[in-house]
Design a protein around this ligand. Structure first.
Ligand code: T1G
Ligand code: NAD
Length: 701
């Protein structure tokens, strides 16, 4: 008797309970157990109806994602679901928590579906680079029509029980306490009323309207050009749903399986599944287990500029009380107005009611120019100018007024957190909390741990990340921590390519073609050309004389081209335009800088640009790893995925490097080193892994 699927008899009703924590995933043992228990119940004459449910917190949350990429073990899920569908007795799925992917396909294979309040159903396979491969693309359109099925499967979004009922995905929402109660009540009624079996495979009404017509599918494919740029499986999903409409059920199931297999074999599946597990692993930091979390009820934000205002909003929307400190009343008013503007935009987008906005602004948010106002808060995030002396001054004031046990955090992008901590009487309460702009949107939070930062302060940092709906990544102290340090390195390589002959616009096109939402020069214009200039000035004193230095960006700064905020940077911006137009003025500046250095421009193919960009990123990432600034390669992947727009289907730079082959990356680096040995010194870790025939994944374990 499989331990993960048990059969319980409740009179003439058999309840098949899937009990495979944490989310009742459909691993081999569960599939085997389901098949056996179903067979048992179907062949037991005393059984008149069968209920399938999940134990503990949820129904089945899908196939066991860890099994992907491994040789498939029988029975297959389609086979198990076929048995349910074909069963001569009513089979009822009793849903609670989440019924997702293969879990919802199990429910669709049942003759009826009853859900508890609060349950959610969904087919999120697209987020893993695949498609519902056990009948989901064939049965869903038969219940709700092709167009709605496409919306559901292409978005992968969860559907709440009420919506699922109104769509026709489920048959009833039960007020029962448990899925067992709900399932038994529904089964009882089906037996007593002799409710006929309703096999979804036999339903045609919802798909007939689209049979022989391609408009719904053409429209979906057209839309994917914008919404799924670079992605593989969404196109296969449209093909599968079209097959559901055009083909007899069993042929459709066969076609779905072929398309499913194509997705499983696509590298995007590996990248997206790596991202799925990495964002769940990244919060598991050794040494934090059992560390207490300090209370988080009220917070302070020092500096109400671009970041301070966004951080305040993120905290307010998570239910924290927030006090903003600014250096003078005028700046405070500006900071408060920015918070109000951001919240107003959320009201306009229906993400927040006007009433709750007003409550937040009056009851949870306040401001002052007097640091004493922070005397009772639990945590403070400093977001003042990126200047060590200004920040040290702020930390001294915080150290003087904050209560014992309060956490002092800095949002610095690059500066030395240990130096800031050393200037206080409580260095163990100091931590870096590096948000990304816009802070109320970007999901990444680098949690920068200083030499003396206490474990419970780190643990509280991760608790805050979770509370703000962000992904926290532990980073060590160095210039730029994980993300900005790696950015600084690949950023230099593209400046070198531009000086050597590539146009900034060719570089942006190549990087966008790789899958980034924006090219590096577009990003520079968004963040501000002045931010890059200030960073370079800060490093002037310590820059190695052997390091090549490109002055093009300095010329833009000197010409007042600060980017979007000044209407011109690398691109030219007209009113309300955030994309920007290519600008011959910039091309001229580049040509002049080349001429000054006597550089004969050479051409770069998009692939050459991408390979150098990624090689620089991966090489510096390997150094970040070997120095322990990042704990594991997956921490770097999550950082670049959530903070720097790295295409999710590549899994992040370390996963991508593993898929390309570290030896290939090292070969590229060594060939580039022939031009510039200083810039292209292979990271020792990369060389060691290649020599040992190992990859970055081996370090994630
Ligand atoms: N397989 C294996 N492990 C899973 C899993 C799954 N499907 N879902 C979750 N886990 C692990 C997860 O890694 C974590 O582990 C723990 O469970 C708790 O998860 C044929 C092929 C269900 C909404 O895409 O969306 O079916 O870190 O931290 O926030 O068509 O997990 O503790 O070691 O996320 O409460 C389709 C994926 C599969 C659903 C719960 N299903 N899961 O969220 O907890 S493909 C999915 C989720 C498929 C068929 C195809 C969420 C959740 P650990 P968690 P949570
Ligand atoms: P900003 O110039 O927009 O805002 C800084 C604010 O700090 C100003 O409003 C200023 O009045 C206030 N301030 C200065 N000195 C003060 C003092 N002594 N007391 C109280 N308030 C004071 O800058 P920003 O872009 O919000 O950056 C703030 C910090 O966040 C910097 O360390 C920066 O490196 C970091 N950061 C910026 C970004 C970004 O994209 N802008 C991203 C991540 C981190």
């Amino acid at each position: 008797m499989s331990e993960v699927v048990r059969l319980e008899r409740h009179g003439d009703i058999a309840a098949i309970v899937v009990d495979n924590p944490p989310v009742n995933a459909l691993g081999q043992a569960v599939r085997q157990g389901l098949k056996e228990r179903l067979n048992e119940a179907a062949n037991d004459d005393a059984v008149r109806a069968i209920v399938i449910l999940g134990a503990e917190r949820t129904f089945i949350a899908g196939a066991d994602i860890r099994e992907f990429g491994k040789p498939p073990q029988p029975p297959s899920l389609p086979e198990v679901i076929e048995d349910m569908d074909a069963c001569p007795k009513p089979v009822i799925a009793a849903l609670h928590g989440t019924a997702l992917g293969g879990g919802f396909e199990v429910a669709l294979g049942c003759h009826y579906r009853v859900a508890l309040d609060g349950a959610k159903v969904g087919l999120p396979e697209v987020k893993l680079g695949i498609l519902p491969g056990a009948g989901g693309t064939q049965r869903t359109p038969r219940l709700i029509g092709a167009a709605k099925a496409l919306d559901m499967i292409l978005s992968g979004d969860f559907v709440a029980a009420e919506k699922a009922l109104s769509l026709g995905l489920i048959d009833e929402i039960s007020k029962a306490e448990t899925p067992l109660e709900a399932g038994l009540a529904f089964a009882r009624k089906a037996i007593d009323e002799g409710t006929p079996l309703r096999r979804v495979r036999d339903l045609e009404d919802e798909i007939l309207a689209d049979r022989g017509k391609s408009d719904v599918f053409d429209a979906a494919r057209e839309k994917l050009k914008k919404t799924a740029r670079g992605l593989f499986s969404p196109h296969k999903i449209v093909d599968a749903v079209q097959a559901a409409v055009e083909l007899p059920f069993d042929d459709g199931i066969k076609r779905e399986r072929e398309l499913f297999q194509e997705c499983v074999e696509s590298p995007q599946r590996a990248g997206l599944i790596h991202a799925f597990f990495s964002e769940r692993q990244v919060g598991k930091v050794p040494g934090l287990k059992g560390a207490a979390r300090r209370p988080l009820i009220s917070a302070g934000v020092v500096g109400g500029g671009t970041m301070g205002a966004g951080i305040a909003v993120s905290m307010l929307l998570s239910g924290l009380q927030v006090i903003m400190i600014e250096r003078d009343e005028e700046s405070l008013a500006r900071g408060k107005a920015t918070v109000d503007k951001i919240l107003e935009a959320s009201v306009k987008r229906g993400k927040l009611t006007a009433g709750s906005k007003a409550a937040v602004m009056t009851e949870s948010f306040s401001g002052s120019t007097d640091y004493a106002a922070l005397s009772d808060v639990d945590i403070v995030v400093e977001a003042v100018f990126e200047d060590m002396e200004v920040k040290k001054g702020v930390f001294a004031q915080l150290d003087a007024v904050l209560k014992a046990g309060a956490i002092l955090a800095t949002n610095t992008s690059y500066l030395d957190v240990d130096a800031l901590a050393a200037g206080t009487s409580r260095p163990s309460d100091v931590i870096g909390l590096h948000f990304f702009s816009p802070a109320h949107v970007m999901k990444l939070l680098e949690i920068v741990v200083g030499d003396q930062t206490a474990p419970e302060v780190v643990a509280t940092g991760f608790a805050l990340a979770k509370r703000l709906g962000k992904v926290g990544v532990r980073a060590g102290v160095c210039d730029g921590f994980i993300g900005n340090r790696i950015l600084a390195t690949y950023r230099k390589q593209i400046d070198y390519m531009v000086e050597d002959g590539a146009s900034p616009y060719e570089v942006d096109d190549a990087i966008r073609a790789f899958g980034f939402p924006m090219g590096p020069f577009q990003v520079s214009d968004l963040a501000g050309v002045d931010i890059g200039w200030m960073t370079r000035r800060r490093l002037d004193a310590t820059r190695d004389p052997r390091e090549r230095y490109v002055e093009v960006a300095d010329r833009l700064y000197e010409a007042g081209r600060m980017g979007q905020k000044s209407g011109a940077g690398w691109y030219l911006y007209s009113e309300g335009d955030r994309r920007g137009a290519k600008d011959p003025v910039v091309e001229n500046i580049v040509a002049q800088e080349r001429a000054k250095k006597g550089i004969e421009p050479k051409s770069f193919t998009p692939e050459q640009i991408q390979r150098r960009y990624l090689a620089a990123m991966i090489n510096e990432a390997a150094r970040v790893l070997e120095e322990g600034i990042a704990l594991r390669p997956l921490d770097i992947d999550v950082t670049l995925l959530y903070g720097y727009g790295f295409p999710r289907w590549h899994g992040g730079p370390m996963k991508y490097a593993d898929m390309v082959g570290l030896d290939q990356i090292l070969t590229d680096i060594r060939s580039y080193a022939e031009e510039d040995a200083f810039a292209w010194q292979p990271a020792k870790l990369l060389v060691d892994l290649v020599e040992r025939g190992e990859n970055f994944e081996s370090l994630n374990k």
